[in-house]
Structures are given as structure tokens and as C-alpha cells.
Design a binder for this molecule. Structure first.
Ligand code: GDP
Ligand code: MG
Length: 298
């Protein structure tokens, strides 16, 4: 038998908030995520993970969430970053909610409409639809209006059709030698992953209460004999939001930080001391100095 063709390329997962992008990515990269680099990344454009399946090496890159209120400086900046990120990717995987297509989904489509990369649409959360036939008119409508190479109904949560997505992505990548050793999974900064785990718990704990205005900065990341010591600053936009994050008697922050600490221990496979502070910088999202400090603006 001849050797399988070597493929390699970059993939971005895009879509409006809450459609299941992170869940899908976690399912794709799954347990294979491992840390191989301690060098902090300097931009938000991160390599989230690399998997090699059937001799196709898939490099997943992060694009920060698309901002639908581009009035603020930070939101415009982030939208530009998405467009820049999409410029070099080989495959875009757009995630949408199988239950409803919104105007924001059209906005996401409009961003990469003119791009030459291959495009796959994942209609996620199809586990929430009992009669799958009900999805057909929506699929037909989207197919008629946009040029997707593939449209896949899936459930990231239940891992349904996730392998199909991996297979379809892999076969669309260009013929190229692999960029990473096949068993090396992610050249990722522990610091960044840790800040993401904290951010994840904040989003989980705060729900709709703090959209887009919370940010995590890792101030200290120190290995001691006994543990990894991490100090994290949580930045909010307004004084009033501090109380929301901290909660009555600090209970909300305590439980979010404790959940984050467990996730971090799981990730680093070490004992972790996590200390968190909530800080306010008025209108930091409109302040380019603060943006520079967050390495958004490389
Ligand atoms: P993101 O904002 O696009 O990254 O979305 P997340 O991955 O954070 O998911 C948002 C919410 O949708 C979470 O509560 C997930 O558990 C849930 N979710 C993600 N995928 C599925 C799915 O396939 N089915 C169902 N029922 N829920 C899902
Ligand atoms: Mg997400």
C-alpha cells in the first residue's frame, strides 16, 4: 500500500457566543491536550491544539469571540484580529445552533464569505431537536445562501458527529509536510491556558452578568517544591462589577476560584495555590494602554 498523503493546515473555529465552539474544540482535542512550551504567547492568536489523524495534521488556532457591538475600541480591535486570523487559515469551521439561525450568524458568514479557504458549517446541539427532519429547511436555506463545503449536524456535548468533523477537516487541508512531531500535541503556554481556565469559570459563574468586560491577567506563575503558585488579577470595567464578581461575603469569587483551581490542578497535574484579586480600571476596554498590557494589540 502507498503511504498516505501528508496534509497539514490551520483551522479556525468561529461563531457567535454560546453555540458550542469551546465544547467542540475540547471534544476534538480531547484528552490529547498536553503542554509542551512554557513560553508565554504574545498575542491572542494562540495555537490551541494540534492533532494528527490519518496523516492529516490539524493546527487549531484561536480567534477571540466576534464582537457584535463594535463601538468600543477593544471590540473593533478584536474584530480586526478575527479577520487577520482568518486570512491565513486553511479551513474555517463555523459553529451555529441547530435550533435557530440568527442575524449574528449571518454577520459571521459575511466575514469570511469572500475568503478562499474551505468552509464547514457545524449545526451544533442537534441533541436538542427531537425530530431531526425539522432541521432540513434551515440547512437548505443556509446552503442556498452561503457556500459551505460541508454542513454537518452534530452534538459537541454528546460527541455525536465530532469524528466526522475531524475527518472532513483533515481531508480539506493542503498537502504539506507536518509542522509538529505527530505525537506533540500543543505548543501552548501554561500561563495562557491557566488564564483561560479562570476566565471559563468566571463566564460560567457570572453568566450574562459580565459580558465581554472581564479579563484575566496572570501576575505570578511560580513553581515551588510543593505546588505551583498562581496570582491572577481579574479586571472589570466598572466599580459596580467588582461586587458582582466577588459576591456576598466573597462567596461567588471563592467558589469560582476554587473550581478554577481544580481545573488548573487537573491540567498541570500538580498542587496549585491560586490567589485572585478583582481590579477596576475605569473604561479599560477603551484604553489602549490597558490593551497593550493585555497583549491584545501586537
Ligand atoms: P462558545 O461560547 O461557542 O464557546 O460555547 P460553549 O462551548 O461555551 O457552550 C455554550 C453552552 O452550550 C455550554 O453550556 C455548553 O455545555 C452547551 N453546549 C455546547 N455544545 C452543546 C451540544 O452539542 N448540545 C447541547 N445541548 N449543549 C451544548
Ligand atoms: Mg468559548
Amino acid at each position: 500500500m502507498s503511504k498516505p498523503i501528508s496534509r497539514c493546515g490551520t483551522i479556525a473555529i468561529v461563531g457567535r457566543p454560546n453555540v458550542g465552539k469551546s465544547t467542540l474544540l475540547n471534544r476534538i482535542i480531547g484528552q490529547k491536550l498536553s503542554i509542551t512550551s512554557r513560553k508565554p504567547q504574545t498575542t491572542w492568536q494562540q495555537i490551541l491544539g494540534v492533532i494528527t489523524v490519518n496523516n492529516a495534521q490539524m493546527v487549531f488556532v484561536d480567534t477571540p469571540g466576534w464582537q457584535f457591538r463594535p463601538k468600543k475600541q477593544i471590540n473593533r480591535l478584536m474584530n480586526r484580529q478575527i479577520i487577520a486570523a482568518l486570512d491565513y487559515v486553511d479551513v474555517v469551521v463555523m459553529v451555529a445552533d441547530a435550533r435557530e439561525w440568527t442575524l449574528n450568524d449571518d454577520k459571521v458568514c459575511a466575514v469570511f464569505r469572500e475568503m478562499s479557504c474551505r468552509k464547514i458549517l457545524v449545526f451544533n446541539k442537534h441533541d436538542q431537536i427531537s425530530d431531526k427532519k425539522k432541521m432540513l429547511p434551515l440547512i437548505a436555506d443556509v446552503q442556498a445562501r452561503y457556500e459551505f463545503d460541508e454542513i454537518v449536524p452534530a452534538s459537541a456535548l454528546q460527541r455525536d458527529n465530532v469524528d466526522l468533523v475531524i475527518e472532513l477537516v483533515g481531508e480539506k487541508l493542503p498537502r504539506r509536510p507536518h509542522q509538529f512531531p505527530n505525537d506533540q500535541i500543543t505548543p501552548h503556554s501554561e500561563r495562557f491556558l491557566v488564564s483561560e481556565l479562570i476566565r471559563e469559570q468566571l463566564i460560567r459563574g457570572l453568566g450574562e452578568e459580565l459580558p465581554y468586560t472581564v479579563s484575566v491577567v496572570i501576575e505570578t506563575f511560580r513553581e515551588t517544591n510543593a505546588a505551583t503558585e498562581i496570582h491572577a488579577e481579574i479586571w472589570v470595567e466598572r466599580e459596580g462589577q467588582k461586587g458582582i464578581v466577588i459576591g456576598a461575603k466573597g462567596n461567588r469569587l471563592k467558589s469560582m476560584a476554587s473550581a478554577a483551581r481544580m481545573d488548573i490542578e487537573n491540567l498541570l497535574q500538580r498542587k496549585v495555590y491560586l490567589r485572585t484579586w478583582v481590579k477596576t480600571k475605569n473604561k479599560w476596554t477603551d484604553d489602549l494602554d490597558a490593551l497593550n498590557r493585555l497583549d491584545l494589540n501586537d
